[in-house]
Design a protein around this ligand. Structure first.
Ligand code: SAM
Ligand code: FES
Length: 350
């Protein structure tokens, strides 16, 4: 039964493909409640009631790729393109630091205007200004050598969602220039170099099935990442997927619970997309087992331009308001935002 599979996952931290498919296909509301209570026990064990924050700086929305789901894909002529200057990025980091952020996530499209040297310089500058902070990069697929250079400059972590671990599904989401094989290779390279690595996927992306989700869970089991980013797919009006259905809150929460049991000490964000499909999505994400939130530190003037999907929340709020708002939201469910880098802590015997 589903209940037994949840117990098995909680004990063995792995399931077979058929078991994942069964678990996902037969889940009920009661199963979800049971899953979340197990997930919260694990979450409490490793993190107590602490929620880590990461300050997200969306520094460019220029991208060479054309992912069918993404609002800033290169062939969207309606996206108003921007790049932040180093000064602007540093000023985001400064206000973030004052607000208590100790991790900065530099995210952007695959913007070839930034040479390796520029990224290296950016990472170095931030690390020099804030030596007690972690820097996470999320700038897509690069060569081993480039990843190595950023790491040597001081980058601590890298987020690169695999998007789907199923070849056929991957092809439905991306044009022919992109390959799942290369994306996976990037994740292995990043791990080998020594980054704390995050993979992940959208929940409810067009063509996703319980089989493809099972493949995602098997891939995550194999990679053993330190972070996993999942959030619902949400259509964007200027993309080929404009008419597609969004992913659901219910399935996203269920998957968050499963991920907490799969890797109990995992860094697992309740994402902005989750907060976008439901007013209390992020709170519910934390109660399902997530332990990280990633509010936006980008200047208000560019927030709306980093529009990956429709109706993205918090695009009008200053960073300080976002932190305050999340603080209240977390306190309302008995958790608290902490001032901490929030590194992954390995646990032996897991
Ligand atoms: N370019 C980098 C990369 O490819 O990893 C980072 C930026 S990319 C916009 C960050 C993530 O946004 C993607 O990994 C994808 O999962 C998510 N995303 C893009 N479009 C989305 C949509 N319509 N709904 C939900 N998430 C989306
Ligand atoms: Fe490049 Fe979305 S297509 S960031």
């Amino acid at each position: 039964t589903v209940h037994e599979l949840i117990d098995k996952l909680n004990k063995e931290h792995a399931l077979k493909k058929e078991e994942w498919v069964f678990l996902l296909g037969h889940r009920t509301e009661e199963d979800a409640e049971y899953l979340f209570s197990c997930a919260r026990k694990q979450q409490q064990k490793y993190f107590g009631n602490c929620v880590y924050t990461r300050g997200l700086i969306e520094f460019t929305n220029i991208c060479r790729n054309d992912c069918y789901y993404c609002g800033i894909r290169k062939s969207n002529p309606n996206a108003e393109r921007y790049r932040l200057t180093t000064e602007q990025i540093l000023s985001c980091a400064k206000s973030g630091y004052e607000l208590g952020f100790r991790t900065f996530v530099l995210q952007g499209g695959e913007d070839l205007a930034y040479k390796d040297e520029d990224i290296v310089c950016l990472v170095r500058t931030i690390k020099e200004a804030y030596p007690d902070c972690a820097v996470t990069l999320s700038i897509g697929e690069k060569s081993y050598e480039s990843y190595q250079k950023y790491f040597d400059a001081g980058a601590d972590r890298y987020l690169l969602r695999h998007e789907t671990a199923d070849e056929v599904h991957y092809r439905k989401l991306h044009p022919a220039e992109l390959s799942l094989e290369h994306r996976k290779q990037c994740l292995y390279d990043l791990k080998e170099i020594g980054y704390q690595v995050g993979c992940g996927f959208m929940v409810g992306s067009p063509g996703q099935t319980y089989e493809t989700l099972a493949e995602d869970m098997l891939f995550i089991t194999k990679v053993q990442p330190q972070m996993v980013g999942i959030g619902p797919f949400i259509p964007h009006h200027d993309t080929p997927f404009r008419e597609e259905q969004a992913g659901t809150l219910e399935l996203t929460l269920f998957l968050l619970g499963l991920l907490r049991l799969l890797i109990p000490n995992l860094l697992l964000p309740a994402t902005t997309a989750l907060g976008t499909i439901a007013p209390t999505g992020r709170e519910q994400g934390i109660l399902a087992g997530a332990n990280v939130v990633m509010p936006n530190l980008s200047p208000v003037g560019v927030r709306k331009k980093y529009e990956l999907y429709d109706n993205k929340i918090c695009t009008g709020d200053e960073a300080a308001e976002c932190r305050g708002c999340l603080n209240r939201r977390m306190e309302s469910i008995g958790y608290e935002l902490v001032v901490d880098r929030g590194d992954f802590v390995p646990v032996s015997g897991l």
